[in-house]
Design a protein. Structure first.
Length: 390
């Protein structure tokens, strides 16, 4: 990198959960780059993984529109949500972001009990998309505050759940084990003519030692005892779906997405479980930009042992390495197992905090901290380049 040579950067971050959207993260990193390399060519490519911000970003990218809808939130109260009607040719297509209706950010800290939270609002969003004339519906999974196997969403779409006494059951996760039969006679008839797909992390499975309840239950507020009961509920739910619908989704890639929403939609409604980056990134032009870059900078709220398991920074690095490009990842926190990301193609990672800062302040100042952290990282890169050139 020299003063007379244009330097091409690709900035391809995810959002910082409960803090900054991907677009804001990309803007902050780009600002940090220009502090150090004012003449840089910066290609800003904020990315989505199906979680928070996905509908908004895809609507903007395709020339579509965001449609506001009030739905039932994860703890049962009304919440302001939305889905996107995507632009472009072909059938009218909706992107339903499950986090907009049942995301963890919608669950108050004191109410984080995944045995009680529901995906009912996700089903209401799907129904609203059908009302809007959409016959192709893509459900983005990520950032969920639920673990009900998608039963809540199915309930909103007309499914009913019956216990051994023949009585109806409200399908919270804590009551899934009571269900012995699904009554699908009341399902919304329009679903039969709709193409339903789920963009999900293929690493997330429904049951077993790496099942969704055990891996993500604690993050959603589950105690160790609840993790065991939730895991048992997912086992029961998988057996029920297989018995009644003929689909074995115990370890299907993506079946555990968003607390088992993937399995519920696939097993009962026949939705396709698709690797999220194949759906959400191919067609963005990311690979073409990576091929031309001198340096790639990605980012996410945390870099840790979960990053290689289908997170944006690992996917960006994997693609960048096809073209031999160096990759830096910035993060709000650096957690256990972060070094494993080197094997994914992340050459260096750094936290954005300059010192001890409380979480509320860090969330509030995340944009400012990202700008400063980008500047620090690039100045180190320039020092290394100068030493190599000497």
């Amino acid at each position: 990198m020299t003063a007379c040579t244009p330097v091409r950067f690709v900035v391809a971050p995810s959002g910082f959960k409960e803090s900054l959207a991907a677009e804001a993260v990309a803007e902050a990193i780009s600002a940090g780059i220009r502090r150090v390399v004012p003449g840089a060519v910066v290609r800003s490519m904020p990315l989505v993984d199906g979680g928070e911000g996905s509908a908004r970003t895809l609507a903007a990218a395709t020339g579509g529109e965001l449609v506001p809808v009030t739905v039932t939130g994860p703890v049962g109260n009304p919440v302001a949500a939305h889905f996107a009607v995507l632009g472009g040719d072909g059938p009218r297509t909706a992107m339903v972001e499950m986090a907009a209706a049942a995301g963890l950010r919608l669950v108050p800290a004191g109410a984080r009990d995944p045995g009680r939270t529901t995906t009912y609002g996700v089903g209401e969003l799907i129904r609203a998309a059908l009302d809007a004339g959409c016959r192709r519906i893509l459900v983005g999974c990520g950032d969920s505050g639920t673990c009900d196997g998608g039963a809540g969403a199915l309930h909103a779409l007309g499914a009913r759940f019956v216990n051994a006494s023949g009585d109806p059951v409200t399908p919270d996760a804590c009551r899934l084990a009571e269900i012995v039969r699904l009554d699908l006679s009341g399902l919304d008839g329009r679903l039969a003519d709709a193409e339903l797909s789920v963009a999900c992390n293929p690493h997330n499975v429904l049951t077993g030692k790496r099942g969704v309840a055990r891996v993500f239950g604690p993050q959603k507020g589950a105690t160790p005892e609840q993790v065991d009961s939730l895991s048992a509920a997912m086992d029961h739910w998988a057996k029920l779906i297989e018995h009644q619908c003929g689909a074995d989704l115990r370890t299907a890639p993506g079946g555990g997405a968003s607390g088992g929403l993937g399995a519920g939609l696939a097993g009962v409604l026949g939705a396709k479980l698709l690797p999220r980056f194949d759906v959400l990134l191919d067609g963005t032009g990311l690979d073409a930009q990576l091929a031309e870059a001198d340096l790639v900078i990605t980012a996410e709220g945390a870099i840790d042992d979960q990053t290689p398991r289908g997170k944006v920074p690992a996917e960006v690095a994997r693609r960048a390495k096809r073209y031999g490009k160096p990759v830096i990842a910035l993060a709000g926190t650096i957690g256990s197992g972060a070094r494993s990301t080197h094997d994914q193609g992340i050459d260096a990672f750094a936290g954005i905090l300059p010192g001890p800062i409380g979480l509320p302040e860090a969330l509030e100042r995340a944009g400012e901290l990202l700008v400063d952290a980008t500047e620090r990282a690039l100045r180190l890169v320039l020092v290394g380049a100068a030493i190599s050139a000497a």
